[in-house]
Design a protein around this ligand. Structure first.
Ligand code: ISL
Length: 565
């Protein structure tokens, strides 16, 4: 029932702990740092904190490589620090959702250590081990059991010389994939999840959860380049994923799911699949993260070969998801997370129309039907980082890509251009709290350089400025809480073919909401029904957004929200 679905009127705030706030002064953010900054979240008005991984980890992928699911990494603190954070979040009426990374573990997890110790170990089958391809010796080029290419470049297989067998890793070699076809693996994961729920956490964001089932025949995929292939038909969104999520629901969530939030991260998911995953009657997930809209600017060479965004394609994509998950299912709404470049730099104009474009993009996203996610710093309009060269980068995806692309003969200037525009470290520079030397993030040396624009772009400067990006986000969140039409209304795209305006209407019972934004620097005039002139303008991002008889007028990057009820 609607009362149970509290997350339909909620907004989630993602904390990437390494870059949020450093209480210990070692240059890496930590749990006590987060606890010390909860005022910021409360002021913003968000309902849920999603915490990226803080578990014990060798940090090959910044914590998405877990070596103990039931402990906190010393970099971030202790279980006591965690309990304190959780209590402080609850004391403010917010909820805390954990990141759940169970497609793979770290290669230092005791499960994998046991698994690799011998072909006869009881945990051998907890991971994907295979002999070399028939006719090949271990380690010979082409001997990998399949031609699949890793998300982080190179083959998805690494040889363990001790046994002469390869193990599967869809991501880095330090992230071996668990074998979900083995029921013992699944039960171990469910027990761990219950342990966290018993500790008081309010749900899970499930990392690449649509990749957990692989075709045990492990067929090759269609060739891509450099002798590798695309294995995704054999590991992406297989029907078994639904079985496993339903089993997880029975084993972990039954009886307590009404108060929890579950969201599955699902690269490549289609809306037909997403509708099944989020149909409440099927007891799988509350919502999923889909990737279509953040792939629209990927060029022929992939994400590091970006092309300009075609706004019509963006509207067609997001609009289609609104329709397809309209009556059954539920959308997650996001521009940013720790894997994506900053939206104001990517789809906005962080030079000439920084404040206007950050707030226009926020308006467009937040008033769709679905649950919005704010990634730390997005609410300040934080921008991509001015990385000068590869030595400024830390992310395993960018570093591996750099090594591979330059080895294949691409010029370092070309590779650097792609990585600077699209690399994940853009999202991972420290949160800019104030204008002091390290932006108030740390008293030490930050693990990744603070963006030099923190001198003027920071939280302290925005708190007292009602026109700031921060206050615009705060007002958008407040609108979702206050107006049922925002949380529950239906969705109709307007002017779908307009090349620079994004406009839509929401309706719920007697209420109607018009949202219109100019996502360009040239003024726009949009025809709308005459009655809107008599509505209440509930939000704009500046004086150049106006509604008149039969039209909305929008200056550069202007946005307006009009309510009739
Ligand atoms: O970064 C990406 C966008 O191009 C994807 O390839 C990303 O790796 C994929 O969406 C999966 O992301 C998740 O799992 C990864 C981890 O590195 C990411 O940080 C996490 O969000 C492996 O655990």
């Amino acid at each position: 029932t609607m009362a149970d679905e509290w997350w339909k009127s909620a907004v989630v705030y993602q904390v990437y702990p390494r870059s949020f706030a450093d209480a210990s002064g070692d240059g890496v953010g930590d749990l006590r740092g987060i606890t010390s900054r909860l005022d910021h979240l409360e002021r913003l008005g968000v309902d849920v904190l999603w915490l990226s991984p803080v578990y014990a980890s060798p940090q090959a992928d910044n914590g998405y490589d877990i070596s103990d699911y039931q402990d906190i990494d010393p970099l971030f603190g202790t279980l006591d620090d965690f309990d304190e954070l959780l209590a402080a979040v609850h004391a403010r009426g917010m909820r805390l959702v954990m990141d759940l990374v169970v497609n793979h573990t770290s290669d230092e997890h005791p499960w994998f250590q046991a698994s690799r110790s011998s072909v006869d170990d009881p945990k051998r089958d907890w991971y994907w081990w295979r002999p070399p391809r028939a006719g090949y010796a271990p380690g010979e080029p082409g001997a990998e059991p399949t031609n699949w290419e890793s998300f982080f470049s190179g083959p998805t297989w690494t040889l363990d010389p001790a046994s002469g067998e390869y193990y599967l890793h869809l991501f880095a070699r330090e992230q071996p994939d668990l074998n979900w076809e083995n029921p013992q693996v699944r039960q171990a994961i469910y027990a761990m999840m219950r342990w966290w729920l018993d500790r008081g956490v309010d749900g899970f964001r499930m990392d690449v959860i649509n990749l957990i089932s692989k075709d045990p025949a492990l067929p090759d995929g269609p060739p891509t380049h450099a002798g590798l292939g695309d294995g995704s038909p054999h590991y992406m969104t297989r029907p078994q994923v639904h079985d496993y999520l339903q089993e997880m629901h029975r084993e972990v969530f039954d009886g307590r799911d009404a108060q929890l939030l579950t969201v599955g991260e699902m690269p490549g998911v289609t809306f037909d699949q997403a509708r099944l995953f989020t149909d409440p009657a099927r007891h799988e997930l509350d919502m999923v993260f889909q990737f279509e809209h953040v792939g629209l600017d990927h060029g022929p060479g992939g994400k590091f070969d970006p092309v300009p965004l075609d706004l019509r394609a963006l509207k067609a994509s997001l609009g289609r998801w609104q329709t397809e998950l309209g009556d059954v299912g539920w959308n997650s709404l996001y521009w940013n997370n720790h894997d994506q470049p900053r939206v104001v730099s990517r789809f906005g104009d962080d030079e000439h129309w920084w404040r206007e474009s950050a707030t226009a993009l926020a308006t467009v996203l937040h008033l769709h039907r679905g649950t919005p996610y704010v990634y730390q710093g997005e609410e300040l309009g934080m921008t991509n980082a001015p990385f000068a060269g590869i030595e400024d980068l830390r992310d395993v995806e960018s570093l591996n890509y750099w090594a591979q692309a330059t080895a294949l003969g691409h010029s370092s200037a070309d590779v650097l251009r792609g990585v600077r525009a699209m690399g994940r470290d853009n999202a991972r520079t420290p949160v800019q709290w104030d204008g002091t030397e390290q932006a108030g993030f740390t008293t030490g040396e930050p693990w990744l350089a603070v963006n030099p624009n923190h001198t003027w772009l920071n939280a302290a400067a925005q708190y007292d400025d009602p026109a700031s990006v921060f206050h615009h986000y705060r007002q958008l969140i407040e609108l979702r809480h206050r107006l049922p039409v925002v949380a529950h209304g239906d969705f109709t795209m307007l002017h779908a073919e307009h090349p620079s305006a994004y406009a839509y209407e929401r309706r719920h019972l007697g209420a109607r909401l018009l949202v219109a934004a100019n996502l360009s620097a040239s003024p726009v005039r949009l025809e709308v029904a005459a009655e809107w002139a008599a509505g209440d303008v509930v939000l704009t991002n500046g004086p150049s957004a106006q509604v008149r008889d039969g039209a909305v007028e929008l200056g550069p990057w202007a946005a307006i929200v009009v309510l009739i009820d």
